[in-house]
Each structure stands twice: as structure tokens, then as C-alpha cells.
Design a binder for this molecule. Structure first.
Ligand SMILES: [Zn+2]
Ligand SMILES: [Zn+2]
Length: 293
């Protein structure tokens, strides 16, 4: 990209931020100079001071933190809008409100690491009002939308045709962070074996539409392979355990469409929230922040 077009993109965003800050009742100035710093847009209202920095050209994490320190020292909240994050920034951090400026929503918008996308005006309004806050954990909302996929699996022992299911959707936090099921394995049993999810599957099997599905019991069974008992799918007819490995393989095949027999989409209330240590700038909208007690 030429430096000319970089500059114009930068200037367009700067003008939009400037206009939005004024619209939000702040006194805004462009290219404002402080003690040893200069910011794209400086916005003041009462005792609140913000410095908005647009970074289209790359800037290292070190340099960004150095500049951020000066804002901190002068009681200014520095907020960064990068087109491309500094390469050394792996996790979001509380001392650095840094977001991504994109052209997803015309003309420019701000992405909270893909969780939410707001036009510049709305982003500024929410940020300035303190509705975007740093949280160390992501937490599921009690109400989740789930999609269950039922598929065929033959019993390895008695050869009866069984039906199992997997969850195609991931659980999410109020700020729309994805909580991958593999990340939750360590904190409890698998999501498919959660009582709420089992209840959902059972309920469906009782309906007219699902009455031909053969879903065995989900309970603890002893596995000779692992020499331990664990919560498992099993044959509806002979109660043999369906080992994790085979279930995983069958699930993978079903994921490609083989042996799928039914899908259902439902809302489910989780009995307990799942919490993961994922530091992030949380914007839950009307819902409580991820770290709310
Ligand atoms: Zn069987
Ligand atoms: Zn959150």
C-alpha cells in the first residue's frame, strides 16, 4: 500500500472519530500536543480525557506501550485503533485498550477481536461510557443456543444400529466470545454429557419426529482400554460402552454429513456457568460483564 493511501485512510478515520467525539458532547481536537506526545484525536469532557490513536502503519508493541505510558502519566485514557495488531501482542491486556479498525461496516468500524463489530460512532460512545471493560475471564451466559446433530453408529458388539449426537455449536459469553468445547474438557465433563444437553436429546427422542432414534443410556461405564470408568455413550440394546475414540471418529464422519439422521436447534439453560481464563475487552451490551459476581 502506498503511503499516500495509508495517509488518506488514516485521515478519514481520524475525521470520523473527531466528528463522533464532538457529537458525543466532548470537546475534541485533532493532532493535539501534550508533554512529549501528540495524538490523532484528543477528547475532553469534565475530568475525562481520551487520546485516540489510529495506527494503519505497523507499530511495535514496545513503542505502543511507551506511548501509552505517557498518556497514563498525564491522566489520559489512551485508546488504540490498529489495522494490524503489533506482532508481539498475543493476549489482550488491561493496560492497553487496543482494537481493530476495519472496513466491514461502511465506511469504518471497530472490531473487538471478532467478537463484536461496531461502527466508529457506536464504539466511541460505548468506550467513553465505560461499557467496554477489561475482564480476565470469559463466562457463558445462562441461556445458550445449541444445535444437536444425531447420527448413526453401529454397536461394535451386537451390531444394533444406535444413534448418538454431538453439539455443532459452541457456547458463548455475553460479549460473544466462543467457548470451545475442547477448552472446557478439563473443567468438567464433556459438553455433550452435560445433564441439560442430555435432557434436550432425550426430549427429542420422545417426540414424533425423533421416536425412531435409538439413544442408549449416557452414564459411567468401565472401559477396559483406559482401565477406568467414565461418562459415556453406550448401546441401547446391549449396553456396551462406546469408547471415546470410536465416538470421535464417528462424529468426525457425521461432521462430513455421513450418517446424519436429524438435527435440532434449541435454547438451553445451563445449570452452571463455564468460565475460562481468557483476558479480553468485554462488551456484553445489556448483559453483565463476564467477570461480574
Ligand atoms: Zn450393542
Ligand atoms: Zn466478556
Amino acid at each position: 500500500m502506498s503511503s499516500k493511501s495509508e495517509k488518506s485512510k488514516h485521515d478519514l478515520i481520524q475525521a470520523e472519530i473527531f466528528a463522533a467525539c464532538n457529537d458525543l458532547g466532548f470537546h475534541a481536537t485533532q493532532e493535539h500536543k501534550g508533554k512529549g506526545w501528540r495524538t490523532d484525536v484528543f477528547a475532553v469532557k469534565d475530568s475525562k480525557k481520551f487520546a485516540f490513536e489510529i495506527q494503519i502503519s505497523p507499530q511495535s508493541l514496545k513503542k505502543t506501550l511507551e506511548r501509552q505510558d505517557k498518556y497514563l502519566r498525564d491522566g489520559v485514557v489512551g485508546c488504540w485503533l490498529f489495522e494490524k495488531s503489533p506482532s508481539k501482542l498475543s493476549d489482550e491486556r488491561p493496560d492497553l485498550p487496543l482494537f481493530h479498525v476495519t472496513e466491514q461496516i461502511n465506511p469504518f468500524s471497530v472490531s473487538l477481536s471478532g467478537r463484536k463489530e461496531l461502527c466508529i460512532h457506536d464504539f466511541l460512545e460505548q468506550f467513553i461510557s465505560g461499557n467496554i471493560k477489561f475482564c480476565n475471564v470469559v463466562r457463558t451466559t445462562p441461556e445458550q443456543k445449541v444445535k444437536l446433530v444425531f447420527y448413526e453408529m453401529e454397536c461394535w458388539k451386537c451390531k444394533a444400529m444406535n444413534h448418538l449426537y454431538y453439539i455443532e455449536t459452541n457456547f458463548r459469553s455475553a460479549c460473544n466470545a466462543v467457548i470451545h468445547s475442547y477448552e472446557t474438557l478439563w473443567c468438567s465433563d464433556k459438553n455433550v454429557h452435560r445433564p441439560e444437553i442430555i435432557a434436550l436429546a432425550r426430549e427429542f427422542v420422545e417426540t414424533e419426529q425423533g421416536k425412531n432414534l435409538k439413544l442408549g443410556e449416557i452414564k459411567r461405564r468401565f472401559s477396559k482400554t483406559v482401565q477406568d470408568s467414565y461418562l459415556s455413550f453406550g448401546c441401547y440394546k446391549c449396553d456396551s460402552i462406546f469408547g471415546d475414540w470410536y465416538v470421535m471418529e464417528a462424529e468426525l464422519e457425521a461432521g462430513y454429513g455421513y450418517g446424519q439422521v436429524a438435527t435440532i436447534e434449541r435454547s438451553v439453560k445451563l445449570d452452571e456457568n463455564i468460565e475460562l481464563s481468557i483476558p479480553h475487552w468485554c462488551y456484553p451490551g445489556e448483559s453483565p460483564f463476564c467477570d461480574a459476581s
